[in-house]
Design a protein around this ligand. Structure first.
Ligand code: 13P
Length: 290
């Protein structure tokens, strides 16, 4: 059975370790991420963007896949299914479909007041249903699902306003961006992170754009109060690399190498291996039901 992400993130915050929140794109992704979590006995947040849910046929398809895999793969660690960067409307759809956690991304709304109003309403609804909710202050840069953010630095006062609405964890821009980092990227703004943490107390913070941030910066961010690290592009890159290697070696043309169960196997294994590495880096290995 799926759980919400509140307890696992509060434990991470108290224990000063991070939990990876890994984006799923299809069946193989979900299987691979769950396999890694079980093998490492790490609690898991498996998350899905609006675009990836549409691609898979809807939020209910994603919820069904993840729910049944958890049961049929005999997964023993806690697993939360989280909506990544939901609009106001998408949050309702994901809640109805059986997601156990939602992110309302109001950072693109016209005014901060709209972000506050929507977050307030969704916090109430999510909590009535026993779900956890993430909100966002300060847009994350980069492009995701066709939306390009400017990569703002979140205002600590605004973070405090949103935190006080009762959200369970909070995403805040600290110079992080989605996708691959450009060569001239300045790095994470730790002063901003420390100022935000000071305002929000023990509320777990979320670091989006987890792909390609140097390990020492990720670890420092975790030590300063980041409890959830979002990773999407990284797993796409390792999947693509492994698949390319298989094709370039001509393996799809040997025997029944074209069978998707064979063709997609190296990519799937690459996701398992990389997810396990990241769980080690973030410190969630062996944390199970802590
Ligand atoms: P990356 O694709 O850069 O890993 O970012 C993922 C993310 O933040 C999802 O919300």
């Amino acid at each position: 059975m799926l759980v919400n992400a509140t307890h696992m993130l509060q434990s991470a915050e108290k224990g000063h370790y991070g939990l990876g929140a890994f984006n799923t794109n299809n069946l193989e992704w979900a299987q691979a991420i769950l396999t890694a979590a079980e093998e490492e006995q790490s609690p898991l947040i498996i998350q899905c963007s609006m675009g990836a849910a549409k691609y898979q046929g809807g939020y209910d398809v994603v919820a069904t896949i993840v729910n049944h895999l958890v049961k049929n793969m005999n997964i023993t660690v806690p697993v939360a299914l989280h909506l990544d960067h939901g609009t106001y409307e998408a949050c309702f759809e994901a809640m109805d479909a059986g997601f156990t956690s939602i992110m309302y991304d109001g950072s693109h709304e016209e005014t901060f007041d709209i972000n506050v109003e929507h977050t307030k309403e969704l916090v109430k609804l999510a909590h009535q249903k026993g779900l956890s909710i993430e909100a966002e202050v300060g847009g994350i840069g980069g492009t995701e699902d066709g939306v390009t953010g400017m990569g703002e630095i979140a205002d600590p006062e605004e973070c405090k306003v949103i935190a006080d609405l009762g959200v369970d964890f909070l995403a805040c821009g600290i110079g992080n961006i989605h996708g691959l980092y450009p060569a001239n990227w300045k790095g994470l703004q730790f002063d901003a992170l420390a100022a935000i943490k000071e305002k929000v107390g023990d509320l777990p913070l979320v670091l989006h754009g987890g792909t390609g941030i140097p390990e020492d910066q990720v670890k420092k961010a975790i030590s300063l109060g980041v409890s959830k690290v979002n990773v999407n592009t990284d797993l796409q890159v390792v999947f693509a690399e492994a698949t390319r290697k298989y094709i370039e070696a001509g393996k799809d043309q040997q025997g029944k190498g074209y069978d998707p169960r064979k063709l997609l196997a190296p990519g799937k294994q690459a996701i398992i291996d990389r997810t396990k590495e990241l769980m080690t880096e973030f410190g969630s290995v062996g944390k199970g039901w802590e």
